[in-house]
Design a protein around this ligand. Sequence first.
Ligand SMILES: NC(=O)c1ccc[n+]([C@@H]2O[C@H](COP(=O)([O-])OP(=O)(O)OC[C@H]3O[C@@H](n4cnc5c(N)ncnc54)[C@H](OP(=O)(O)O)[C@@H]3O)[C@@H](O)[C@H]2O)c1
Length: 333
Amino acid sequence: MQKIRWGVLGAAKIAREKVIPAMQGKKEYEVIGIASRSLEKAKAAADSLGIPKHYGSYEELINDPEIDAIYNPLPNDLHISYTLKCIEAGKHVLCEKPLALEAEDVQLLIRARDKAGVKVGEAFMVASNPQWKKAREIIASGELGTLRAVQGFFSYYNRQKDNIRNIPENGGGGVWDIGCYPVFTSRFALGEEPQRLAALLDFDPEFGTDRVGSVILQYPSVQMTFSISTQLVPYQRMMFYGEKKALEVRIPFNAPIDQPNELHIHHGDIVGHHVEVVKLPVSDQYTEQAEEFSRAILQDTEVPVSLESTYQNTRILEAIFQAAKEERWINLG
Ligand SMILES: NC(=O)c1ccc[n+]([C@@H]2O[C@H](COP(=O)([O-])OP(=O)(O)OC[C@H]3O[C@@H](n4cnc5c(N)ncnc54)[C@H](OP(=O)(O)O)[C@@H]3O)[C@@H](O)[C@H]2O)c1
């Protein structure tokens, strides 16, 4: 069987610490190259991760005929331009979230993808995580009773001046960095698209990036609220409330790779705390993502998160900024 040969654009923290290690020692795919703006940095990353090839520019990697697929973990503002360059060079691309900062840019990629006949997708690893597939299955089974409300929370504390999350020109701020997750996972788990939204955002006076945000989304079947922050105690949770039971995704986004993920089903006994625990086998969501994406290339099937889904997600994130600025509901229909 053909093995997919991956290249990585930039020695990004997420690539070095999570995604590349999760892709090593596999039968169907391997990471054979890493590029950096600095040749030294590329060599250091390649040496420490046991990657055979390194390049002192992104273009060299993009144009290397030995590379089949490219993982793009560049800062958010470079996702569209570099993904486009990769597609035009005939490469498949898995690009980090948020893939776009403007929904219309995704249409550009859709046209380029269709012309080049390659696979392109957004790296929402949660879509490949068995705990989210199980959550979606439980919701669809009707076990929770009629679902009427969803709540989400995602926060961390980061005030580093030079971090891309705190630089507006890099597409920084909480909505783009983490607001994308409650939006994506609710769409994924419900299998619906929201119809309208309202939002409040608080901006860091020094950085100019959004540091706290709260959003109300009206889905056809449920009301959803979620809050995010880049300057609060690290916390994350997603809750789906039905008439009979509630489903809790306990570590929805940074799921551990060395212990089983747990979904908790609450039976409504508040004092007795009757909770049913659904334990998922230990897995690494970044391995699952690479496996699903590589398989989509090898078998010519759908990628885990399509550009069509990215287009919807980006429209919603853009609407959050508009709703907060104009202090009104924004229709998404
Ligand atoms: N899916 C997930 O779980 C997850 C988790 C964390 C982050 N992410 C996403 O992954 C991407 C990277 O995040 P990160 O935290 O890994 O960032 P990071 O460590 O700052 O890495 C970004 C890389 O981009 C390259 N780069 C090119 N132009 C740059 C510029 N003007 N400023 C800074 N870096 C530049 C740099 O590589 P060279 O210097 O080597 O060229 C740098 O190492 C973001 O889109 C983020 O949203 C996803």
